[in-house]
Design a protein around this ligand. Structure first.
Ligand code: NDP
Ligand code: 2IT
Length: 448
């Protein structure tokens, strides 16, 4: 079981003391610190320069009021956040989440993870996250637009292609990015394409950005399988969620010859032994913003489970692609019992620390989100690159770039884990490799 190195205990205690009540943020920090013992032993300069303490304190935190008017003419009120965590490697970069559960602790955990994920991609991007406790579910397009306009009316002053570049996350997809970009353009009177990523293809977006996170996760698992001379062919896969990441993970698993036998939303899950019908799922989820219960109603041979855990469905490979802490210790034990050999996180921190321990003890290969879902933000960086050069690449070229990036992240995780005494441990590999890249940049930039 990983323990916190003596020198890092006080860093963790300081984080807990300075950020009371932010359980998810504490969890994310602890997981990284648990990997860093051998690094601080080898490199005392990181401790001397307070690199780890500085990394745990965001460079800037913005919290603002977001008033908007609903379709009934009532004034509604939400809270907006942007945590600009670290800009040692490039402009702040990371998504926006619109979900009723959003509060400062969630935004901070996501922003903290983003620093290391972005570093791991090898691209010139810092780490940030933002969002709001706004719930888009059941809201009309007009309400979502007015909310986005109000949100951007405050946020725009903190953004810029060289400053801070948001994108999507839970509850923020192409529609929301469109409304946000429209308002940014209107207020600033600038067509500054590089200020947001995840844009539509006709107005500055990149091919493959929509698919990138889910595809990238599957490319990463491809590499894990290759390491043991296996492939997706004939494998049963369970994917949680049915949003952006889940849908394109399912698509790529099917292209690779695997079969996704279950997926979910926050109300329940569908088991479909013949394999999820992706056209139907896309039509329900993207087309009418429907539910998994609608899917089952239209798909003979599938069944709906309203209560219970999707991880009870037997599989060879599990891809949690919904939200944080959705796969707990009991779920991990179910997966181990059913013979699951690989868990790769499409979502951010979906696996609890206890579950990670269970998987590790059972020698299930585990890929943390920082590595496995980095394809989304990496393709955002490719979108920024295209915007900066006023160019646009083909789907094939962009997908090949994404596959290359995922291959090199996989390689970097394994060589780093090896070098720091934990061969085959993707958690240690991802944390240490991400940390070293950003820490060295911070050392070079001085006490800022
Ligand atoms: P979407 O909003 O498109 O989909 C989210 C999915 O997860 C939906 O099926 C949703 O169900 C389910 N879900 C969300 N919250 C909960 C919850 N509290 N309990 C149960 N189910 C929930 O988001 P994305 O697909 O973009 O994001 C999914 C995950 O991937 C998140 O962890 C995100 O941070 C991460 N991620 C996203 C990237 C991106 O590029 N979009 C990049 C890297 C990581 P319902 O519809 O019922 O709410
Ligand atoms: O968690 C993530 O990496 C994202 N939501 C994507 C961030 C981005 O800037 O593309």
């Amino acid at each position: 079981m990983p323990v916190l190195d003596e020198t890092l205990i006080s860093v963790f205690e300081e984080v807990v003391r300075r950020n009371p009540g932010e359980a998810e943020f504490h969890q994310a920090v602890r997981e990284v610190l648990e990997s860093l013992g051998p690094v601080v032993a080898k490199h005392p300069e990181y401790a001397d320069e307070a690199i780890i303490r500085r990394l745990c304190e965001p460079e800037r935190q913005i919290i603002f009021r977001v008033p908007w008017t609903d379709d009934a003419g009532q004034v509604q009120l939400n809270r907006g956040f942007r945590v600009e965590f670290n800009s040692a490697l490039g402009p702040y970069k990371g998504g926006l989440r619109f979900h009723p559960s959003v509060y400062l602790g969630i935004v901070k955990f996501l922003g903290f993870e983003q620093i290391f994920k972005n570093a791991l991609t090898g691209m010139p991007i810092g780490g940030a996250k933002g969002g709001s406790d706004f719930d888009p579910k059941g809201r009309s397009n007009g309400e979502v637009m007015r909310f986005c306009q109000s949100f951007m009316t405050e946020l725009y002053r903190h953004l810029g292609e060289y400053t801070d570049v948001p994108a999507g996350d839970i509850g923020v997809g192409g529609r929301e990015i469109g409304y946000l970009f429209g308002q940014y353009k209107r207020i600033t009177n600038r067509y500054e394409s590089g200020v947001l990523t995840g844009k539509g293809l006709s107005w500055g977006g990149s091919q493959v950005r929509t698919e990138a996170t889910g595809y990238g996760t599957v490319f990463f698992v491809d590499e894990m399988l290759r390491a043991t001379a296996e492939s997706f062919d004939g494998k049963r896969v369970v994917v949680s969620g049915s949003g952006n990441v889940a849908i394109y993970a399912i698509e790529k698993v099917h292209q690779r010859g695997g079969r996704v036998v279950a997926c979910s939303d926050s109300d329940g899950y569908a088991v479909d032994p013949e394999g999820i019908d992706l056209d139907l799922l896309k039509e329900i989820k993207n087309g009418r913003r429907g539910r998994m219960s609608d899917y089952v109603a239209q798909r003979p041979g599938s069944r709906y489970v309203a209560d219970g855990s999707i991880w009870e469905v037997p599989c060879d490979i599990a891809l949690p692609c919904a939200t944080q802490n959705e796969l707990n210790g009991a779920d991990a034990r179910s997966l181990v019992r059913s013979g699951c050999r690989i868990v790769a996180e499409g979502a951010n921190m979906p696996t609890t620390p206890e579950a990670i321990r269970v998987l590790r003890d059972a020698e299930v290969s585990f890929a943390p989100g920082k590595a496995a879902n980095a394809g989304g933000v990496a393709t955002s960086a490719l979108e920024m690159q295209q915007n900066a050069s006023r160019d646009s690449w083909t789907f094939e070229h962009t997908e090949a770039r994404l596959a290359d990036i995922m291959r090199s992240i996989h390689e970097r995780c394994l060589t780093t884990a090896d070098a720091y005494g934990s061969p085959g441990d993707y958690v240690v590999g991802a944390n240490v490799a991400g940390f070293i890249r950003v820490a060295d940049a911070m050392l070079a930039l001085g006490h800022v």
